[in-house]
Design a protein around this ligand. Structure first.
Ligand code: AMP
Ligand code: MG
Length: 333
């Protein structure tokens, strides 16, 4: 698919530790331009969160629907408090326990945050990222940065600079390359605006960890397809590779017997003897390591021309919940 914005820029990729790279990023952001930056979760596509014009460029570059709100990134509780209309005790406790880190808090928004950031809603998601490059750029800017994942809408989030260039090359002026992301999947999103804190998106800050701090935490049910959305951020979003992704139920061997050469497999076990090794992607058996490698593996399957990706079922348990969520959303239904 092409459109007018696709070749508006010749995208520069800078090593984040190259002299002047952080300053160049901050300068572009201060001018209302977009910069892709590493975070510990996935690469983010950042813009000045105070500027509706700058934030509009995010939606345009990603092809993101206007109804899907952005997370605002801050580098201190003080900066977070400038983005929200209330800072409840639960927010202070969670920030103390998990910031900087992969937890986004949904709170009533302050007037300083333009409506386009929150998709017209009265709430805003704020997060303090734990990546030295993102923190350094925030410190140079001194203003909050709206940053969704730096991919085209509905595609797999980038965990390396080259994934960003694959999807947004020609659409943005600068990518800072900070290497591979440590967490590898998007942040946990927790809504603190209702009577009970509610998990909107699972992540690697686990439900059990939130409950240990807050006591009761509810989990949001995704709305049925035909049901009108009560709030933004409830979209049944897909995080899909180009290939058709199938979660295998039951015995993987039975499905493999019928598989052709365009089929790739993601599993935590070794390939059967006759299976072509370049189409077998063995991921680690611990949830944290699996998360770190998953999106890179999905991007690699796409690059290798996979038509179908078979994924071995994941274990039960809290630490795999976010991975089950992402794979369920990526799967063909
Ligand atoms: P991304 O940064 O691309 O992973 O997308 C940001 C996600 O954060 C959205 O898709 C929502 O799930 C969530 N989000 C951001 N702002 C809000 C909000 N105000 N209310 C509920 N969810 C939000
Ligand atoms: Mg995203």
């Amino acid at each position: 698919m092409t459109d007018a914005s696709e070749h508006a820029f010749s995208t520069e990729v800078q090593e984040a530790d190259a002299p002047g790279a952080l300053g160049q990023a901050a300068e572009l952001l201060a001018q209302g331009q977009l910069v892709a930056l590493p975070t510990e979760t996935v690469y983010g596509l950042a813009a000045d969160a105070r500027s509706p014009e700058a934030v509009a460029r995010i939606f345009e570059a990603k092809g993101r629907p206007a109804g899907n709100p952005l997370i605002v990134h801050i580098d201190s509780v003080e900066m977070a408090e400038g983005c929200v209309a209330a800072w409840p005790r639960a927010a202070a406790q969670l920030a103390g326990a998990f910031w900087p880190g992969p937890l986004s808090l949904v709170l009533p928004k302050a007037d300083s945050i333009p409506d386009i950031v929150t998709a017209g809603g009265k709430t805003v998601a704020v997060r303090c990222p734990a990546h030295p490059v993102f923190s350094a750029v925030l410190a140079k800017c001194g203003f909050p940065l709206a940053a969704p994942s730096a991919n085209r809408s509905n595609r797999v989030s980038p965990t390396r600079a080259e994934h960003v260039v694959d999807q947004l090359g020609g659409r943005i002026p600068l990518v800072l390359d900070g290497g591979a992301c440590d967490i590898g999947i998007e942040s946990t999103v927790l809504d603190l605006t209702g009577d009970t804190p509610t998990l909107l998106r699972p992540g690697m800050i686990l439900l059990g960890q939130l409950q240990a701090v807050l006591g009761q935490v509810a989990t949001a049910k995704p709305p049925a397809a035909a049901e009108p959305l009560k709030s933004p951020g409830q979209l049944q979003q897909h995080y899909s590779p180009r290939a058709k992704l199938i979660l295998v139920e039951g015995n993987l061997d039975v499905v493999l017997g019928q598989a052709d050469v365009m089929v790739h497999v993601i599993a935590r076990t070794a390939a059967p003897p006759a299976w072509a090794s370049e189409r077998w992607h063995r991921l680690p058996d611990s949830a944290g390591d699996f998360a770190r490698e998953l999106y890179d593996t999905l991007h690699r399957c796409d690059r290798l021309g996979a038509e179908t990706i078979l994924v071995q079922p994941l274990p039960d348990g809290d630490e795999w919940a976010a991975l089950r969520d992402r794979l369920n959303r990526a799967a063909e239904v």
